[in-house]
Structures are given as C-alpha cells and as structure tokens.
Design a binder for this molecule. Structure first.
Ligand SMILES: CC(C)[C@H](C(=O)O)[C@@H](O)C(=O)O
Ligand code: SF4
Length: 468
C-alpha cells in the first residue's frame, strides 16, 4: 500500500499530461459541457485560428440560461436569441451534440450532466459556468472556466491549472428532521464565510454527507463556489453507483461493474491528509434564510437580521440591509415576500419538486404572490408531471413552467421587479441577481413552498406532515 491519498490527489495524478517547474499543470479533460452564454467567442476563436474541436465526442451542449419558460417559440430578447442561434450553428459546424430548447435532453447544464450519466466519478469536467462544481457530487473533479479557457479546451481537450490545496469540510452528526442539504450548505457558508474555500478544492465528508441522497449532494456541491472554492466534491459510494446504473452515457453490463469498482476505489483513503479541515455539527443546523446580498449572510429561521453595531463587517451589513429593505434586528419570520421561485441548478431536480409539493398539497399560495416552479430539465418536468406534481402546484396557485435557468438570474423573461422580494431556491442573492433592484432570499424548496403559502418566512418544521 502506498501513502493514503485523497480523491483529489488521485484524480489529479491521473489527468496531468504535462508538468513543468514554475508553471501550472496541464490537465486532461474528460467531459466538456457547453451552454449558449459563455461559448460564442470561444467558437469564434477556433474559426479565426482555423482549428477544429479536438474531441467533439467529449463535448456536450445545451441551452439553458436564455430559454423562455412559457412560450418556447418566442425569444423576446435579441441577445438571447442570437446566443442560442449561434450555439446551434456552432454545434452543427463543429460536430457537437446539442440539446436545444426543443430537445428531450434539454435542461440546465448541471442538471442534465448527471441525469444523462455524462457526469461520472473520477472524471475531470469543465464548463464555462461557475456552478460546474455541482458534478463533484459524483466524485468528479468539476470546475467552472472562463471563455478563453473554453476555447482552449475545445481546441486541445486540456487546460492549465494550478494544483489546488485540499480542504476537508467535515460534517459531524446528522441533519434533523425538516433540515435539508440546502440548509446545510447555507449554514456552512454562513459559518465560515464566502471566501473560506479560496484556493481549495473541498471534499465534503462525514455522516450527514453520506446520508444525503445524490440530489442532496448535488445541492451541497453546487454551492461550493459560493464559498470561494475552485470545486467541491464527495467521494463516491454505493449511492453514487446506484444513481448512475442504467443512465444513457454510462457503460452497461460487465463494463459497468468494472467501472463501478474503479469508481469506488477513488474514494479518499483512510488516513489521507488534507491541507486544511473545518468541521460543523449537523444536528445543530436549522432551516436557513439569507437576509443579505451574499449567500453567507444567512441565519436560522428563528433568528433576526443582524445589528450593525454588533457586526464585524458594519459597512457590508448596513449596505445589505438597505438594499434588502430590512431593519436591523428584524425577525426573519416577519419578512413578507411577493415572489417565490422554485428552480435552478441548486434545487430543481425531481426530489426537490416532490418535497416542495408535499408542503403545498391541498393548500393555497397567498393571494398577491407570484410563485413559479421551473423544473431543471425537460426530463424532470415529464417525471414530475407523471407523478401529478404539476397539478399539485397549479391547484395551489403556482405557475408550472418549461425547464431552464429562469428566475435564477435576469437573463430571460423571468424577472423579479425592482423592490420585489423573492423566496428563491437558487444559489445567489447578489444585488440585482433576479432583476434590477430585486431582493432575493435563498432557502430550501420546502422553505420556499411554505413561504408561498404563508406569505412570509415560516419554519417549515411546523407544517403538518413535514416531520413524519
Ligand atoms: C452565465 C454564467 C456565466 C453564470 C456562471 O458562471 O455562473 C451563471 O450561470 C450564474 O449562475 O451566474
Ligand atoms: S440555474 Fe442559475 S446558477 Fe445554475 S447555471 Fe443557471 S443561472 Fe447559473
């Protein structure tokens, strides 16, 4: 037996194709995911230099950020329209598979990768999108890249990368009833801040992580970037294998069993060391709500907004409260909302919708609230409809939409108006994120559903049926 290694070391070693003193490593990329927003200039660069895509077979494209979620036929915004037409043309010219807005595989890039089985343990996965960290839930080394790097990967199937340090985010104990993966990651970022992961790839370990479903693990890894990390991942286990078996791009038969063995062997070895470790106690975590303008500005549902004078970051807190239209020391349960968004690559998978529907069932959305549910992919939408979830939502007063990024960011028609206040299951609450002057509160799907019913934030654990 050699020295115990982390999964990060193991994946890195297998993918370095060139190493030179004083330079980053050149890493091989196993899977390149592409969307309409960050790829046009990259393809343009290839054309200008008369280059081809090196491995079209390892490249997969979808449309997600700009797609309309009501009437697919009408794309009002000219830039959005152009970006989608350009992606279509680029994929045709360079021989890349594309799930366009009408394709059954269409969806948010970080939802369809796992769904199709393109996301697998041990792979290096990149995409011109910061939330590529989502795929780390499978024990892949997955990270977002910039447009010039997208061009580099298209042309060479490799990327220059500084070897990251490793950070063990150890979650001790288990989450209580009604407390979700979203609450866990918000509480982690709330405790350690939005920069503690800078320069690191984080591995989430511990009982609470093992007990999460694959979908919960995706929610956690998705937000690694909000902690500043290069990537976040979780060592594969039997749950990972079970999730992947039978998916379209996963090997089958004997090849699957062989792959599964290799995948399990990637898990961090007993006794491996990390550059740094932080720990958090899962059973102390309560449902979280962000009050401010970054994901670390969050408190438990029973808490209050901060008092400026008591804060270490007075200016930031003051400005955030002002932007959010909130008072100091205001109970979170007194905050009234007018929009609810259930969707995004953080929380738009089938189990997210099921959990939100369980809260909503038989109840009504408060009168004035505009509440929308946006499935993460066309396939999630179909599965949800087969289970009757669309009816549960629409009967309660939610709108049931086509899949896409939607209200997660203001790049399509789904926008929160200035001064509007939204309970959102997405991952970013920056100023203007959901539209100019819009105010975003990040929560779990369950908490968003309960807020839609009550018209303000409430502890979802008090809803009948939630704790059963
Ligand atoms: C548009 C895209 C580049 C961006 C990202 O990289 O994350 C978006 O997905 C986001 O969530 O802000
Ligand atoms: S759903 Fe939101 S966070 Fe995810 S890729 Fe789309 S815009 Fe980015």
């Amino acid at each position: 037996m050699g020295k115990p290694e982390t999964i990060i070391d193991k994946i890195w070693k297998k993918h370095v194709v060139h190493q030179e003193e004083g330079k980053p490593d050149l890493l091989y990329i196993d899977q390149h995911l592409v969307h309409e927003v960050t790829s046009p200039q990259a393809f343009e660069g290839l054309r200008m230099n008369n280059r081809k895509v090196r491995r079209p077979d390892l490249t997969f494209a979808t449309m997600d950020h700009n797609v309309p979620t009501i009437n697919r036929q009408v794309v009002k915004d000219e830039i959005s329209k152009k970006q989608m037409e350009t992606l279509k043309q680029n994929c045709a010219d360079f021989g890349i598979k594309l799930a366009d807005m009408f394709h059954p595989d269409q969806g948010i890039v970080h939802v369809i990768g796992p769904q199709l089985g393109l996301t697998q343990p041990g792979k290096t996965i990149v995409c011109g999108d910061s939330h590529t960290s989502t795929h780390g839930a499978f024990g892949a080394l997955a990270f977002g890249i910039g447009t010039s790097e997208v061009e580099h990967v298209l042309a060479t199937q490799t990327i220059w990368q500084e070897r990251p340090k490793s950070l063990n985010v150890k979650v001790i104990g288990d989450l209580g009833p009604g407390v979700t993966a979203k609450d866990l990651i918000l509480a982690i970022i709330g405790k350690f801040g939005v920069r503690f992961g800078t320069g690191y790839v984080m591995e989430y370990t511990g009982e609470a992580i093992r007990n999460l479903s694959m979908e919960g693990r995706m929610t956690v890894c998705n937000m690694s970037i909000e902690a500043g990390a290069r990537a976040g991942l979780i060592s594969p286990d039997q749950k990972t294998i079970d999730y992947l078996e039978g998916r379209e791009y996963v090997p089958n038969g004997e090849a699957f069993y062989k792959a599964a063995e290799e995948w399990l062997a990637l898990a961090t070895d007993e006794g491996a060391t990390y550059d740094h470790t932080v720990t958090i106690q899962a059973d102390e975590i309560e449902p979280q709500v962000t009050w401010g303008t970054n994901p670390g500005m969050c408190v438990p549902i029973g808490g209050n907004t901060p008092v400026v004078a008591d804060s270490d970051h007075k200016e930031d807190v003051k400005r955030a409260l002002e932007y959010m239209g909130l008072e100091e020391n205001q109970p979170i349960t007194s905050i009234e909302i007018d929009h609810v968004f259930i969707g995004s690559c953080t929380n738009s998978r089938l189990s997210d919708l099921e959990k939100a529907a369980a809260i909503v069932k038989g109840r009504k959305v408060k009168d004035h609230i505009k509440a929308i549910v946006v499935p993460g992919s066309f396939s999630v939408k179909l599965q949800a409809e087969a289970a009757g979830l669309d009816k549960v939502f629409t009967e309660a007063g939610f709108e049931w939409r086509e899949s896409g990024c939607s209200m997660c960011l203001g790049m399509n028609d789904d926008i929160v108006p200035a001064g509007g206040r939204c309970a959102s299951t997405s991952n970013r609450n920056f100023e203007g994120r959901q539209g100019n002057g819009a105010r975003t509160h990040l929560v779990s799907p369950e908490m968003a559903a309960a807020a839609a019913i009550e018209g303000r934030f409430v502890d979802v654990r008090n809803f009948a049926g939630v704790l059963s």
